[in-house]
Design a protein. Structure first.
Length: 750
């Protein structure tokens, strides 16, 4: 019997959960009014509260729950810091930092924090003016409460809690048995005031997922859950308590909006989506919230759920934006056995032809090499795969990753594909089930610092995909492999791996020569910067939409699917033209901060591009980009800069102008001084590394001057690049150097 799919279909086994979830939304209007009254009682006389330490946030997911105090999230979004909810006949108030139970907020700037805590205790008791309060934690509150006529005494989590109207605690170490006792107590009408710092618990517990937090298990079904996020302040000392909070901070309200008739403003859609994302990853696996999201998506046209270049999802279309975002979030959060193919998968990254056979393979992974280990396998959208490792390997921190397109697009104005399509599953036991609604290339990810060993990994349920491995795959093998059904292929060298659409390599006849050349490109940059040993290959992944810029560096380097990719995969074009963009991003991955000062972030990596054109391709070093290709035009730009007084601000904001200064150094001295200086930086003890931008410029001047045996102080000064008098004095004994005919007449060199 199939489980509920991501578009609203449901099985009998989950019908009860679906009814609960739907009912939760149907009763929103009345419940919302009740929640507003709850909030009014809680904030009575409260204008502002303090922020002890760095408070986290709380996800609010029920129409019966209320956001009491909100902080500042990403952008202009509000995030809950204090919230209230219900369990059975009982009431709960949750704070997003355990410091709120310290008591005594009466210092300067603490505002009405004590008043809010007092209101919380009285409201949780059902409105009693003098409730009996049991302090399991927060015993610092005793004096404050007693001073206001509230009876408070130390308490334990046992049968005695029924003697209190309200129990106060921090739920960091609540056992399942204690949680059951407290839930029974609250359901029968008891009150609970709880405080915790979600991000703090996660940091102290190996980054475990928030649903495992004992406090979130305690509050299951209340519409409240602590998150691992942070809440920025809205006042100097903490948080202003406004008369109203943004409605979309409550996930129930946000979900209700998706099928309403009113227009959803872009800001409201963004806020709603942010809170639903936050909530789905923090609530318990069986929380009815997931069924509610599925039910809402079931009422959305499937075509509206498919972003594409021809029909992108824009911010101005709040309803569609929210719907696509919801399907993406649900796809990220759904347990592997319940995952179904997302509608958007057909557009990108693609589907698997029907009838494609599933395979079972065992491959060896070398855990001495960190990062992604490709397997030549592809998981179909929505299909589960099974990964098995030896019991001992379950403790190495390995993960199964489905998909290579790790760029997240949530922040972009338009989505041409779903904004997040990769999923990871930690390997914590011998057998792991994994699935991704969008499908993707299958990897075993090895963390940094994992013990070096060979791990045999068995994978079942995936399909075979094209994979070329330099030094392993023969030409005859490749003729068969390149026709495999997987929609994405990998070309693996020793120094770099390309992940590209399989359609782009179907006619690639000589991947060996191609990847040998790419290996040489990366090796050359390694040599230039004196990289002693490559720990893992670089990765270059092609994508239909990039999160920032035309391409961007990182692991992986992300590149577009366009003519630049065709160049990168064509041995002939690569030899004739080079590939500036790909070399540029590889250069970024080789940059070091010690020799990259302000204004050269897009310059020193291009020095490495010139190095590749010269040393690897045998092409003119300046032939790769039109901005530097014309030597006369270069000379004219340099002359104009000098005649304008060589303003450093202009130099810093014009990467190709700045590159011309480095070109002059190469033309004057060749590559040896660059190689020597980069190697020198590599060997520096920490105490000798430049600690400021001024120091970086000084060290570059001094070290390069000594490497080439010339005083470059006048040259730097002519260009307008500032250095200190002490740095220039330290090289004064070397012969002064200037390029022939530089600077132009009228520009002093001293």
């Amino acid at each position: 019997m199939s489980s509920m799919n991501s578009h609203g279909g449901r099985s009998a086994s989950r019908l009860g959960t679906w009814i609960m979830a739907t009912a939760m939304v149907v009763m929103t209007p009345g419940a919302r009014a009740d929640a507003d009254r709850d909030r009014a009682s809680l904030i009575e006389g409260v204008r502002a509260i303090a922020a002890p330490g760095a408070p986290g946030t709380i996800a609010v997911t029920s129409p019966k729950a209320a956001v009491v105090v909100a902080g500042k999230g990403d952008g202009d979004a509000e995030v809950p810091v204090v919230a209230s909810g219900h369990l059975g006949r009982g009431r709960i108030v949750a704070f997003a930092h355990d410091g709120y139970l310290g008591g005594g907020f009466r210092g300067a700037g603490d505002g009405d924090t004590d008043r809010l805590v007092l209101n919380a205790v009285r409201w949780a008791s059902g409105g009693k003016v003098r409730p009996r309060v049991g302090l399991v934690d927060g015993r610092g509150l005793r004096a404050m409460l007693s001073g206001r006529g509230v009876e408070a005494a130390p308490a334990a989590i046992d049968a005695s809690v029924v003697g209190y109207d309200v129990v106060v605690l921090t739920p960091f170490h609540v056992t399942p048995e204690q949680s059951a006792l407290l839930r029974k107590y609250v359901s029968a009408g008891g009150g609970l005031v709880v405080a915790a710092t979600g991000w703090g618990w996660q940091q102290l517990n190996g980054n475990r997922p928030m649903p495992e937090f004992p406090g979130n298990r305690l509050l299951a079904g209340t519409g409240l859950a602590w998150t691992d996020g942070f809440a920025g302040k809205t006042s100097r000392e903490g948080y202003l308590v406004r008369a109203e909070v943004a409605p979309m901070t409550n996930v129930a309200t946000a979900l209700h909006a998706i099928e309403g008739r009113d227009e959803i403003k872009p800001a409201d859609a963004a806020c709603a989506l942010a809170h639903i994302r936050l909530a789905l990853r923090r609530v318990q696996p069986d929380d009815p919230l997931r069924a509610t999201v599925r039910a809402r998506l079931g009422r959305v046209a499937r075509t509206d759920l498919v972003p594409s270049r021809k029909r992108p999802v824009r911010q101005v279309d709040g309803r569609r934006r929210l719907a696509v975002g919801l399907e993406t979030v649900l796809a990220q959060d759904t347990p592997a056995p319940e995952v179904h193919a997302a509608a958007a998968a057909r557009e990108f990254p693609g589907i698997v032809p029907s009838g494609t056979p599933r395979v079972e393979r065992t491959l060896a992974i070398d855990t001495a090499v960190p990062g992604w280990h490709g397997l030549g396998l592809y998981a179909a959208p929505g299909a589960s795969i099974r990964v098995e490792v030896p019991e001992s390997a379950a403790k190495l921190g390995l993960s199964v990753q489905i998909g290579s397109h790790t760029d997240e697009l949530w922040h972009l104005d338009a989505w041409e594909r779903a904004p997040q399509i990769v999923r990871r599953f930690p390997i914590r036991q011998a057998r792991t089930e994994a699935a991704c609604a969008f499908g993707g290339t299958v990897y075993i990810d090895v963390p940094e610092g994992a013990p070096a060993r060979r791990v045999d990994v068995k994978v079942a349920g995936a399909i075979a995909a094209p994979r070329f491995r330099l030094g392993t795959t023969t030409g005859d093998d490749w003729k068969k492999l390149r026709q495999l059904a997987g929609p994405w292929a990998e070309l693996e060298g020793h120094n770099v791996v390309f992940t590209v659409p399989s359609a782009s390599i179907r006619s690639l006849d000589d991947p060996e020569a191609l990847m040998t050349l790419w290996d040489r490109v990366v090796a050359a940059q390694d040599t230039a910067v004196s990289l002693p040993r490559r720990r893992r290959p670089e990765r270059i992944v092609a994508d239909v939409q990039i999160s920032a810029g035309y391409m961007h560096s990182g692991y992986p380097i992300m590149v577009p699917i366009d003519d630049s990719l065709r160049t990168a995969l064509s041995l002939g074009r690569l030899r004739r033209e080079g590939s500036w963009g790909h070399f540029h991003e590889l250069g970024h991955n080789h940059q070091a901060g010690d020799w990259t000062f302000d204004g050269t972030g897009e310059v020193t990596n291009n020095v490495l591009v010139l190095y590749v054109f010269d040393r690897v391709l045998g092409l003119p070093y300046d032939s790769g980009h039109p901005a530097i290709r014309d030597r006369k035009a270069r000379a004219d730009r340099i002359r104009a800069h000098i005649d304008a007084g060589a303003p450093f601000a202009k130099w810093k904001e014009d990467p190709f102008l700045a590159l011309m200064m480095y070109i002059q150094l190469y033309e004057g001295f060749g590559w040896k001084p660059f190689e020597a200086v980069f190697a020198e930086y590599r060997r520096l003890p920490d105490r000798d590394r430049p600690g400021s931008d001024d120091a970086k410029r000084d060290q570059w001047l001094v070290r390069f001057s000594r490497a080439c045996g010339r005083n470059l102080g006048p040259f730097f000064r002519a260009w307008g690049v500032p250095t200190s008098e002490a740095a220039r004095a330290s090289i004064a004994g070397l012969p002064k150097w200037m390029p022939d005919g530089f600077p132009t007449k009228g520009r002093p060199s001293e």
